[in-house]
Design a protein around this ligand. Structure first.
Ligand code: XMP
Length: 333
C-alpha cells in the first residue's frame, strides 16, 4: 500500500517526466480542494509553466471569486487568470431547464473560454524563458468521478454528465491536441484532503464542502436567471453561515441552499407574496457516491427558514430535503 508522502513525490516526478522541459499546462481552478491541490502539485512540479484559470460562470458562491484569487494567486503563488464570463453563461443558459442541457451548455462554454485562454497564454509566453505550447490540461478528477462516469451500473447508467470528466477534455483534445493530466485520479476525497494539508494548504480550504463546477446553476430547478442565482446565493450564504455558527460545518459533508422556480404563496405582514421555494440540503457522506441526510434539530431549521424568508427578497417558503443518496443525488440536478 502506498503512503501519502510518497504519492506527492511520485506524482511530481511523473508529471515532470510527462510534461517535459517546455510544454505549458493549463488548469481550471474553482477554489475547491480538488482543483487547489491539483494546482499546487502542478506548481511544485513545473513552476510557472502551470497556468491556472478561474472562469467566473456567474454561478459561484457569495464572495467566492475574491477568495479564490487570494488563496490561489496570493497565498499559494500560482499564476492565475480570472475570466469574468457571468453574462456569457447567463445568456447561453437563458430559457433552458433540462438538467443535462444545462450541464452541456456550461461544459461547452467552459471549453470555449479555455480554448481562448490557451491561445492567449501561448502568445503571452512567446519570447519569454517559459515560451512553449499549451499541451496539457489539468483536471482535478477524483476516483469516484471516474467510476460514476464509467457507466458501470449498466447501459443507461451515466448518471450525470460530470462536466469535469468526459465532455470537457474530448473537444479540447481533438481541437487543440491537448492531453489530460489528472494527478488525483486514483484518490478519494479524504485522501485529497490529507495531501492538501501535507502541501500546506489552509485548513479552512481543505475542509471546505465540495462545490460542483456548474455551480448554483444545477441547484436551481428550472431555468437559470441572474435573479434566481442571486436568491439561491444569498440563501446559501445564510444557511452555511448559520451552520458554521452552530459549530456543525465539519460534521456535514456537503450543505447548500438551492431553489425551486415554481413559486408558492406566502404572507408578509398583510401582503400576499408569490415567492420562490428555497430547498435546503445537507448530507453526510464518506465518498459522495452514497449519502445520508444530516439530522438537524428542528429548531435550527426553523430558525434558518425564518432568517432566509426575512432577509432574502423573493422567497416565500423554505423546505428541507430528507432524501438520502440513493435515490436522490446530492445536487438537485
Ligand atoms: P451527485 O449530485 O452526483 O454529486 O450525487 C456527487 C458529488 O459530485 C459533485 N458534483 C459535481 N462536481 N461537476 C463537478 O465538478 C459536476 O457536474 C458535478 N455534479 C455533481 C457534487 O457536488 C457532490 O459532491
Amino acid at each position: 500500500k502506498w503512503k501519502m508522502g510518497d504519492f506527492v513525490q511520485l506524482e511530481i516526478a511523473r508529471i515532470r517526466e510527462l510534461v517535459g522541459e517546455r510544454a505549458l499546462v493549463l488548469g481550471a481552478c474553482s477554489g475547491g480542494v480538488d482543483s487547489t491541490v491539483g494546482a499546487k502539485i502542478m506548481r511544485e512540479a513545473i513552476g510557472d509553466r502551470f497556468k491556472a484559470i478561474l472562469i467566473d460562470n456567474g454561478c459561484m458562491r457569495l464572495n467566492e471569486c475574491e477568495e479564490v484569487k487570494e488563496t490561489i494567486g496570493e497565498h499559494l503563488g500560482i499564476n492565475l487568470t480570472v475570466v469574468d464570463a457571468g453574462d456569457l453563461f447567463m445568456s447561453r443558459l437563458a430559457g433552458v431547464s433540462d438538467p443535462e442541457k444545462k450541464r452541456k451548455i456550461i461544459g461547452s462554454t467552459f471549453i470555449d473560454l479555455f480554448e481562448q485562454e490557451a491561445i492567449r497564454i501561448e502568445k503571452e509566453a512567446e519570447n519569454t524563458p517559459n515560451s512553449g505550447k499549451v499541451e496539457w490540461f489539468l483536471q482535478g478528477t477524483l476516483y469516484p468521478d471516474v467510476i460514476e462516469s464509467l457507466s458501470f451500473r449498466g447501459p443507461s447508467a451515466t448518471i450525470k454528465t460530470h462536466h469535469n470528466v468526459g465532455g470537457l477534455p474530448e473537444r479540447m483534445m481533438k481541437g487543440q491536441g491537448l492531453r489530460l493530466i489528472e494527478p488525483l485520479r486514483l484518490l478519494f476525497k479524504d485522501e485529497v484532503r490529507a495531501i492538501g494539508r501535507q502541501l500546506g494548504i489552509h485548513e479552512s480550504l481543505v475542509n471546505r464542502h465540495p462545490f460542483p463546477g456548474p455551480g448554483i446553476a444545477i441547484r436551481i430547478l428550472g431555468d437559470v436567471t441572474k435573479e434566481r442565482v442571486e436568491i439561491a446565493r444569498q440563501a446559501d450564504h445564510i444557511f452555511i453561515s448559520m451552520i458554521r455558527e452552530a459549530g456543525l460545518y465539519d460534521q456535514i459533508s456537503q450543505a447548500f441552499a438551492g431553489l425551486d422556480t415554481n413559486r408558492s404563496v406566502g404572507v408578509f405582514g398583510d401582503q400576499r407574496v408569490w415567492g420562490y421555494i428555497v430547498i435546503l440540503r445537507a448530507v453526510r457522506s464518506k465518498d459522495f457516491m452514497s449519502a445520508e441526510v444530516f439530522n438537524f434539530d428542528n429548531s435550527f431549521l426553523m430558525n434558518v427558514a425564518r432568517t432566509i424568508c426575512n432577509q432574502v427578497e423573493g422567497v416565500s417558503r423554505v423546505v428541507y430535503d430528507f432524501t438520502s443518496k440513493p435515490p436522490g443525488t446530492i445536487e438537485l440536478e
